[in-house]
Design a protein. Structure first.
Length: 368
């Protein structure tokens, strides 16, 4: 199905940042190419571990801004009996109220946005609120465009049996040349700086007009259409960016050892990891760095997770491949593929609680 295609001809990776005053991510198609998290039904030899471990207290964090109230209410209902903590940006939708018994609103939420540091701040505020006010063992971040695609008891069993500290996927920019070139403006340069302009231009030169987008680790990486050895301009662009990655144009590390990584924002983590993320992010130097770089959750959280001595398992959420700047929206014809996915959640579903694909998925989740 088109919704699952893994590549599309590229518009410039950085045009959207300029046109929307940086309220945009670099392209984020999200058909993860890394290994998928096994469901409890697929895992072999784990039944004893599941029965020996207590059921974890799982809560869900939901970043809300523009989705219909009915869409959010439907997701919250589907996650019962688990608590759902909602960070909602009232500046984007003022008359927003959730009455479900298993929902709680973060007080005094931050204004957020698409592809900006404010979204990252909102997630940190959400995590900090949960840590201070809620007793939980495991936190899963979702968006209103997500839905469970497995019965929640399977997710609970998977978390109970897992030895992982967190579930996330990311690409190390130092080990993937195309990934480095795709995300260099956001990772290696402050917002609205000459460095960002230079690296953005280097990206144009390197990829040209016919780069293809490949979904990896829940984000989109552009791939060159020809060998770099036969392209002097592309080679020069890569050399400029490589110098930036070595710090030749100025520091880009939020703190020593925090080498940039990129991956889907929708991580899951045990309480201790949530404590680590909040504590590390709120270090003055780290916070100021990400603010100055107008960083995105797809870089900041994955960098903090990927450089820590943690056991990281695959994402719990399948994120659909992108079409331009947004993921393909699932349709009814995608149901067979959704049913076959090993992950427990998926996105992006239509922002319409009456959409057939949402109704059908929730039927098999609740009846499964």
């Amino acid at each position: 199905m088109d919704a699952f295609r893994g590549g599309s001809e590229n518009r410039s990776l950085w045009d959207n940042e300029q046109q929307n005053q940086d309220f945009s991510n670099p392209m984020f198609p999200e058909d993860s190419a890394a290994a998928s998290a096994p469901s409890a039904a697929d895992a072999s030899g784990t039944a004893q571990a599941v029965t020996l471990k207590k059921e974890p207290k799982i809560i869900f964090g939901l970043m809300s801004a523009v989705a219909q109230i009915g869409t959010v209410e439907q997701l919250v209902a589907a996650l019962q009996p688990h608590l759902v903590v909602v960070h909602h940006d009232f500046s984007q939708q003022m008359h927003f109220r959730i009455k479900a018994e298993n929902a709680r609103m973060v007080p005094n939420p931050k204004q957020t946005g698409y592809g900006v540091f404010a979204f990252t701040e909102g997630v940190i505020q959400l995590l900090a609120y949960c840590l201070e006010h809620i007793d939980f063992d495991y936190f899963q971040l979702l968006s209103p465009a997500c839905l469970p695609i497995k019965p929640l008891r399977q997710f609970s069993a998977h978390i109970a049996a897992s030895h992982d500290d967190a579930h996330a996927e990311f690409v190390d920019l130092a080990t993937d040349r195309d990934a480095m070139m795709s995300y260099a403006p956001r990772a290696y340069s402050p917002y609205r700086s000459w460095r960002r302009k230079l690296l953005r231009q280097a990206g144009y030169w390197y990829f040209g007009k016919h780069a293809m987008a490949e979904p990896v680790a829940g984000v989109q990486i552009l791939r060159r259409s020809k060998r770099i050895a036969t392209d002097p301009l592309g080679l020069a662009a890569y050399s400029i960016t490589k110098l930036a990655s070595l710090g030749a144009f100025g520091s880009y590390l939020a703190a020593p050892g925090l080498y940039p990584k990129v991956g889907a924002a929708w991580f899951g983590a045990r309480r201790s990891v949530c404590e680590y993320l909040v504590q590390r992010f709120l270090e003055p130097a780290v916070y100021e760095h990400y603010r100055e770089f107008n960083d995105i959750a797809e870089i900041s959280f994955q960098t903090l997770l990927g450089n820590a001595p943690l056991r990281i398992g695959p994402l719990n959420t399948y994120v659909n491949a992108y079409a331009g700047w947004h993921p393909h929206v699932f349709k009814s014809e995608d149901l067979p593929q959704l049913a076959a996915l090993p992950q427990c959640f998926a996105r992006k579903f239509p922002d319409d609680p009456d959409a057939e694909v949402r109704r059908r998925v929730l039927e098999w989740v609740t009846q499964g």
